[in-house]
Design a protein around this ligand. Structure first.
Ligand code: PFF
Length: 464
């Protein structure tokens, strides 16, 4: 018999479908998947690059409206059908469009986890170097570009991926999840400490202002495109994950308030990371526009400078990169596990075979992404490095399509009434009118505009 769909840290049941113990269990599991490199590494560099305060404002508006409606939809569809995305779409029909809708949601995590593991490898390397006491060397401007340009950096990616694969093979996900629950509060504490330190450096206040105060002159279309991609990424929306989590949610758990809690927690961590990194750019590089545009390397360039300048910097570096590594590992495991269970469920494959295929995908695309900064740096896809290309492909192109598929499934096929009924099984649907408005009108229009902007920017029709 085919096993039911399941994601990484899902409670595995004996007979029938198991479920989370209650709201707290659900919120912790979703927050565990949501908080990862997206919050600590990706959010600050996007905020720095796309306008600071204006990016934050657009992000918050999108999250509270559009993101909220999509999380509620995906969770309710998962709980209603008791299936993860391919199965959930399949419940409503088996035409090509339904299959496309399910699969695009299911394929996205498979394309994210390879390059996610490359960044995980960088974090591992930094942890190793802090353990060796290389605090001053890491703070040098040239360290990071030289490191990623060196082919040996691929080894760190391999090490990280091996750890992910080992956990998938051994199936000790729950242990990892338990560790991450202890680590998460520690990460918050350390982040508060580092953010306070970073914000109080001379010259850092300009950075705090840049990050928190919206300046409309910094607004561009790409601010909206990047903020929407980041919102999907950070909250694990439009990648099938929330369908699966919803499918394990008990009927009495309040979908609205758990959504709110996850959003608050995830955003708080992202903002803390912004307050660690962006003021440091101003304090240590004088707000240099080139550093602000640094992109994926930003965290690896600025945070070591903060640590090198403070007492007990090596200890802080070890703690910080250890905690980031754990957050990255748990997220990577949950992304990869979602791929593995899709193979198991849809093709009826064994766990071993599914894990091997997932491992091969990680190796292939991950190694290419890592080498794209070194020996393959002549390879550009649509003008981007290989890693940036995968990030763009998943976040700016595929996720809007996946989100549109969910919108259409809700409004055209399942019907808003069924979703409302599902939510109302556990509580009154307080933001019902806003939800309906968003799903019917705003979300599809926003998604289509964003999708076209992404394509137009790649084709050079609009400037970034
Ligand atoms: N939301 C995670 C992050 O911000 O790093 C990325 C992610 C992890 C997405 C796990 C999906 C997932 F299953």
């Amino acid at each position: 018999m085919k096993r039911d769909d399941s994601a990484g840290d899902m409670p595995q049941g004996g007979k029938g479908r198991s479920s989370f113990s209650g709201r707290l269990g659900y919120v912790l599991a979703v927050a565990g998947s949501a908080v990862g490199l997206g919050n600590i590494w990706r959010f600050p560099y996007l905020a720095a690059k796309y306008g600071g305060g204006i990016f934050l404002l657009v992000y918050l508006i999108l999250m509270l409206t559009f993101g909220y409606a999509l999380i509620v939809s995906e969770t309710a569809l998962g709980r209603m059908t008791r299936r993860s995305p391919v199965g959930a779409f399949g419940t409503f029909g088996n035409g090509g469009l339904f299959r496309f809708g399910g699969w695009i949601n299911a394929v996205i995590p498979m394309l994210i986890v390879p390059y996610y593991s490359v960044i995980g490898g960088w974090v591992t390397k930094y942890l190793f170097e802090y353990l060796r006491g290389s605090t001053a060397a890491l703070a040098e401007e040239a360290y990071f570009p030289e490191f990623i340009a060196d082919t040996s950096s691929v080894l760190w990616f391999l090490l990280f991926s091996l750890a992910v694969a080992a956990v998938l093979f051994a199936g000790v996900k729950q242990g990892v999840e338990r560790v991450s629950k202890v680590m998460m509060p520690l990460l918050v504490l350390l982040a508060v400490f580092v953010a306070l330190y970073s914000m109080t450096r001379p010259g850092a206040w300009e950075g705090v202002k840049y990050f928190l105060v919206p300046n409309f002159q910094h607004f561009s279309w790409m601010t909206v495109v990047a903020a929407m991609g980041q919102m999907f990424y950070s909250l694990s929306i439009a990648m099938g994950i929330l369908y699966t989590y919803g499918s394990y949610m008990k009927k009495e758990v309040d979908i609205e308030s758990s959504t709110k809690q996850v959003e608050v927690f995830d955003t708080a961590i992202a903002m803390l990371a912004g307050l660690m990194v962006i003021p440091a750019v101003f304090a240590f590089s004088g707000g240099d526009p080139n550093t602000l545009q640094a992109g994926p390397s930003l965290m690896f360039i600025t945070i070591p400078k903060v640590f090198a300048s403070m007492g007990f910097g090596t200890a802080a570096g070890i703690m910080f990169f250890l905690l980031v590594l754990l957050a990255a590992l748990t997220s990577a495991i949950s992304l990869a596990e979602s791929g593995v269970s899709t193979f198991e469920d849809q093709f009826g494959w064994s766990r071993r075979r599914s894990t091997v295929l997932m491992g091969a995908i990680i190796l292939l695309f991950g190694a290419a992404s890592a080498l794209g900064f070194g020996v393959w740096d002549f390879v550009t896809l649509l003008g981007m490095s290989i890693l940036d290309f995968f990030d763009f492909l998943t976040n700016s192109l595929m996720m809007p399509v996946a989100a549109l598929a969910t919108c259409l499934l809700v409004t055209r096929v399942a019907g808003l009434d069924r979703i409302i009924k599902e939510v109302e099984q556990s509580s009154e649907f307080k933001r019902k009118r806003m939800y309906c408005f968003f799903m019917k009108y705003m979300a599809p229009v926003c998604i289509v505009i964003i999708l076209f902007s992404s394509i137009a920017s790649v084709l050079g029709w609009i400037s970034i």
